[in-house]
Design a protein around this ligand. Structure first.
Ligand code: UGA
Ligand code: MN
Length: 246
């Protein structure tokens, strides 16, 4: 199956660095299609050039987050992930239930992904799950597995979540995406940290989840976050004689 990685991304000083690192990972994965969705009113030159040179099959989308949703404490990238989902459904609309084999994964632009992670998710039949490192106020969060089934969640944060899992902790088969055409990320009523649960509730149940990474005992992806860059010494006048893309 082809792996479809949906990556929301937005303009900021570290964007090109993040996307360069992510491209260097994804390029090494066979049969991967990168769906990069800019949080912007138009496709940027920076991202267009980067994708053109990334050396992997890709699709470049864009949709701006409405201003009222750009606030601390509100979920991020809702519209961008939905644009990726809509593109996938549109592209496979002639499948009529006989979808080409595919697996969807939400790959934020700042996380760290091992190559083994992609081997694991490729065998997803419906929805698969695995641990995520450096998240939830702990070294890791993970689905707790007994007799091959997810029975609970090891988490330090909002243990009341129906699926106590980060966006980087699951993959969904294309078939499931196509047979649940209304499953999307919702703004209304979605509290911080509930996006994953709200989405997964629409397409699966905890009993149905397929544990990966040795029954969820290995960390193959890390929820790394990049430090905000210090630009305190950027010149206000006497700018550099060339304008360099960073
Ligand atoms: C956590 C989760 O890991 C994310 O999957 C979830 O979207 C996010 O919380 C949330 O609060 O909604 P966190 O590291 O806090 O992640 O979020 P970011 O990495 O800053 O953003 C997630 C993705 O959305 C990134 O790919 C980022 O580039 C993108 N993003 C962020 C936008 O497209 N627009 C924005 O305004 C902010
Ligand atoms: Mn992040």
């Amino acid at each position: 199956p082809t792996i479809y990685a949906i990556t929301p991304t937005y303009s900021r000083p570290v964007q090109k660095a993040e996307l360069t690192r992510l491209a260097n990972t994804l390029r090494q994965v066979a049969q991967l299609h990168w769906i990069l969705v800019e949080d912007a009113a138009a496709r940027s030159e920076l991202v267009s050039r980067l994708l053109a040179r990334a050396g992997l099959p890709s699709t470049h989308l864009h949709v701006p987050t409405p201003r009222r949703y750009k606030r601390p404490g509100l979920p991020r990238a809702t519209e961008q992930r939905n644009a990726g989902l809509a593109w996938l459904r549109q592209r496979h609309r002639h499948g009529h239930g006989r979808a080409q084999p595919g697996v969807l994964f939400f790959a934020d632009d700042d996380n760290t992904y091992s190559l083994e992670l992609f081997q694991e998710m490729r065998t997803t039949r419906k929805v698969s799950v695995w641990p995520v490192g450096l998240v939830g106020g702990r070294r890791y969060e993970r689905p707790v597995v007994e007799n091959g089934k997810v029975v609970s969640w090891y988490t330090g944060w909002r243990a009341d979540r129906p699926f106590a899992i980060d966006m980087a902790g699951f993959a969904v088969s294309l078939q499931v995406i196509l047979s649940n055409p209304k499953a999307v990320f919702k703004r209304r009523g979605s509290q911080p940290g509930m996006q994953e649960s709200d989405f997964l509730k629409q397409i699966t149940t905890v009993e149905e989840l397929e544990p990966k990474a040795s029954n969820c005992t290995k960390v193959l992806v890390w929820h790394t976050r990049t430090e905000k860059v210090n630009l305190a010494n950027e010149p206000k006048y006497r700018l550099d004689t060339v304008n360099i893309e960073v």
